[in-house]
Design a protein around this ligand. Sequence first.
Ligand code: NAP
Length: 307
Amino acid sequence: MGDIENVIIIGSGPAGLSAALYMAREDFKPVVVSGSGAGGQLLLTTTVENYPGFPDGVLGSEIVDLMHKQAEKFGARFVSGDVTDIDLSSRPFKIKVGDQQYESKTVIIATGASARWLGIESEKRFIGRGVSSCATCDGTFAKGKDVIVVGGGDTAMEDSNFLTRFANSVTIVHRRDQFRASKIMQNKVLSNPKIKVLYNTVVEEILGDAKVGGVKLRNVATNELTEMDVQFVFVAVGYTPNTSFLKGKLGLDEQGYIVAEDEVRTKIEGCFVAGDVSDRRYRQAVTAAAAGVKAALEVREYFQRTE
Ligand code: NAP
C-alpha cells in the first residue's frame, strides 16, 4: 500500500482525461486508472467532425491521444487495468486495480457506457467501416447512402429521424412487431415519409468486402431470408453503463447508471462522477469532457472546504 492520493480518476475517455487535465494543472497529482477499454467510445469511431476546434475533423483516437498527453504533461499519472474492487464506505476510499490497492481522498468515476452490439460475427469486422453505434458521430458519412437502423427504442427513433437529413433512405429493422420507444418519438418516425420500418426482422449477417455493402435479414415470424443493399448499419440497441464494479456500493438506477445530482455529485462526499456513466441523454465527447471538468472543479471545492 502506498501514499494516500488526492484524487483517483477511474476511466480514460474524454470525461476522465478532462478531469485529469484540470486536476493536474492545479497540482492535485491525479492518478488515472485507464481500464481495458482505455480511451472509451471515441476509439470506436473514425473521423469526428463535431468536436469543436477541429474544422477538418479529427480521428477519435487522436482526440484521446492528445488529451492523454496534455494531462500527462501537467503531471497526471496513468495506471492501466480495470478496477476490481472499490470501497467507498469510508475515507480514504480504497480502490483495487488487479493486485494493487490504492487509497484516495476523492474519486471521480468516469467509466462511461458501452454501446450494445448485435453480437454477430460480421458486425465486428465492419465497425468503423459502415457499422456504427453513433448516428450523431457518423451520420454525415451516410450522405446519399441507403442505411438501416437496428432497434426499436428512443435512440433508434431519434437516430432514424436525424439520419434522414443525410441518407438516401432509412429503414428501421426491429425484432418485434411494436416499438419500445415513447409514443411521441414513434409518431415522428411513422409520419416521416423518408423512413421505412421492417418489423419482426433481425439482421443475420452484414455483407460486404472492405465496407458494408448489404445485409441479410430474417423475418422472425416466417423465417424468410432476404438481402438488402445498404451501405451503412446503425446499431441502436441500447447502452450498458460500465458500473458492474459499483453494484451495492453507490446509488445506481434500474439500468445501472450512477445517480448524480447536478450531473457530477453523488450522495457520497468526495465521490464524483462524469460522463456517460451517469448521462443517458447527451452522450457526446464534448458533454462528457465538460462533465469531467465540472467534477474536477467539485473536487477542488471539496478540498477547499475540508482541508
Ligand atoms: P432501449 O430503450 O433499451 O431500446 C433498445 C432497443 O433495441 C429495443 O427496442 C430492443 O428491442 C432492441 N434490442 C436490444 N437488443 C437487441 C438485439 N440484440 N437485437 C436487436 N434488437 C435489440 O435503448 P435506447 O433506445 O438506447 O434508450 C435508452 C434510454 O435512453 C431509454 O430510457 C430512452 O428512453 C432514453 N433515450 C431518450 C431519448 C430522448 O428522450 N430524446 C433519446 C434516446 C434515448 P425490444 O424492444 O424487443 O427489447
